[in-house]
Write a protein that binds this ligand. Structure first.
Ligand code: B4P
Length: 205
């Protein structure tokens, strides 16, 4: 299985690149942000608590996130080729939990960190805010999320660097150019792209 952690600051393009990768390699895409927003839309008590946190730019507590990920991994289909973890882990505790959950199943994960300049991030998120309807896509909340990212989330990359499962991607380029960098790394690691033709799926050598 090919498990990829797409890591980076808010707005660095994790969701965008995850969608391209999921299509190209036939991987499952787990966006914790999307999962949390889906819970908010149900109107449940849990959803209300999550809404309160996310809209103010805070992280959801580790125990809730770990619970969610454990269920997700348990429910993966038998023929799963791998998972893209988009937005998880965001703390060292979450990284520890993921390592254990994967190790129990004889798996590991590679981290790809998207590095993007702060000015570019703010520009992208303000642009996204014009149509996203997301309560966290405004200047003050973006600045707060970037601060939390530096203090709490960024140390997670050192964790993967120590285990030699880490690659740095320059995410300042266009979506296509950024994807090319990721694709090159994954191909060098032996990943195979899928191509859909005439109703069947075949693998590129
Ligand atoms: P997420 O939903 O994960 O989203 P994000 O960090 O805001 O954005 P992402 O990096 O995916 O950027 P995108 O591709 O959209 O997090 C939301 C919140 O959920 C968190 O703040 C937190 O509260 C909570 N949460 C999620 N996971 C959690 C966890 N594990 N623990 C605790 N809390 C958690 O790109 C941004 C914009 O840029 C888009 O409009 C896109 O079109 C554009 N763009 C992307 N790439 C571009 C490029 N190369 N050039 C130009 N524009 C580009």
């Amino acid at each position: 299985m090919l498990n990829v952690i797409l890591f980076g600051a808010p707005g660095s393009g994790k969701g965008t690149q995850s969608e391209l990768l999921a299509r190209h390699y036939g991987l499952q895409h787990l966006s914790t942000g999307d999962l949390l927003r889906a819970e908010i839309r149900t109107g449940s008590e849990l959803g209300k608590e999550i809404d309160e946190l996310i809209s103010k730019g805070n992280l959801v507590p580790d125990h809730q996130m770990v619970h969610l990920i454990a269920h997700y991994i348990d429910d993966l289909p038998k023929d799963c080729k791998g998972v893209i973890f988009d937005g998880y882990p965001r703390t060292v505790e979450q990284a520890d939990a993921l390592t254990l959950l994967l190790r129990r199943r004889g798996m590991d994960a590679v981290m790809l960190e998207l590095m993007v300049d702060e000015d570019e991030i703010i520009k992208r998120l303000l642009e996204r805010g014009k149509s996203s309807g997301r309560a966290d896509d405004n200047f003050d909340t973006i600045k707060k999320r970037l601060r939390i990212y530096q203090e709490v989330t960024k140390p997670v990359s050192a964790y993967y660097l120590r285990h030699h499962n880490y690659f740095l991607i320059n995410g300042n380029y266009s979506m296509e150019q950024t994807f090319e960098q990721i694709d090159t790394i994954l191909r060098l690691r032996g990943a195979k792209a899928i191509t859909e033709s005439a109703g069947h799926t075949s693998e590129n050598k």
